[in-house]
Write a protein that binds this ligand. Structure first.
Ligand SMILES: [Mg+2]
Length: 173
């Protein structure tokens, strides 16, 4: 069950204490796209994300969009936000995470994944050994392929809460 517990849990990408991450040695931030940056139905970014990403880059972070969505969707956001990207990331599988770490010469202690799903973002990140940051999903409406994982996620969340390991709404960093 530990593989499903995020290192940090925040309400949204806007409430994360990024300077604190920097102090912990994080150099590279991997952002999930769907329901982390925008709802799955939205095809363009917005000023709020642009401002945040600009600020993060100014702080010296290497920023990526790391998404299971196809390149046709992910590249639009990456171009608009002027960040790197990895599409069809196959989270929770480790290989695309490991490829990115290897190619950029990052240690696991220098990279964090930020996403809204326990079964993809948190599990994948924990399997690789990078820092995992869970945020609440932006929209309750999921892309249809995400509905089954969400049902499994509910079961996992119930177990985690029963063992007093993780509770929704109890934020920490
Ligand atoms: Mg997501």
């Amino acid at each position: 069950m530990e593989k499903y517990i995020p290192d940090v849990y925040q309400k949204s990408i806007y409430t994360i204490d990024y300077p604190k991450l920097k102090d912990r040695g994080i150099e590279c931030l991997l952002f999930d796209l769907d329901n982390t940056l925008v709802p799955a139905s939205i095809k363009v970014s917005n000023e709020k994300i642009k401002d945040l990403f600009k600020e993060l880059k100014e702080k010296g972070f290497d920023v990526y969009i790391f998404s299971n969505s196809p390149k046709s969707r992910v590249k639009v956001f990456a171009d608009e936000l002027e960040v790197n990207y990895c599409a069809s990331a196959c989270k929770p599988f480790k290989f695309k995470f490991e490829k990115l770490l290897y190619e950029n010469d990052y240690n696991v202690s220098e990279v964090a994944i930020i996403g809204d799903q326990l079964l993809t973002d948190v599990l994948g990140g924990n399997l690789v050994g990078i820092t995992t940051i869970l945020v609440n999903p932006i929209s309750p409406k999921d892309f249809f392929l995400t509905r089954i994982p969400r049902t499994i996620e509910k079961i996992i969340l119930r177990k985690l809460r029963n063992y007093d390991l993780f509770t929704l709404g109890k934020y920490y960093d």
